[in-house]
Write a protein that binds this ligand. Sequence first.
Ligand SMILES: [Zn+2]
Length: 113
Amino acid sequence: MPTGDDIAAEPPPIVRRERKLLLIVLTAMGAGIGLATIFVPAAGILALTMPPLVVISLFRARRWARLAAELDYRVCTHCTYQIEPAATRCAECGCDFDFAVAAEQWKSVAPRA
Ligand SMILES: [Zn+2]
């Protein structure tokens, strides 16, 4: 039977989804920029736009985690909507809400103190 400790390492679904999207975008950008440099060598400078995307994504995840901590981890892990006390379902997206799971997932992306 899974406990809170077993799921501690997994980030919330909204963070995992954003990381997957970022990987796809960076791969497409890398391929596009790589192809463009065949015809215009200076196009390689466009690669400088890629690291900021990673930083922005990291800060977004940490901002959500900070918000979740401020709201005592009663924040939906699928859409970041605030969950009412005793609610077991998100009023915004309809996903099930398990407080113990949500708290562990939000803590996994919070900056280490
Ligand atoms: Zn939700």
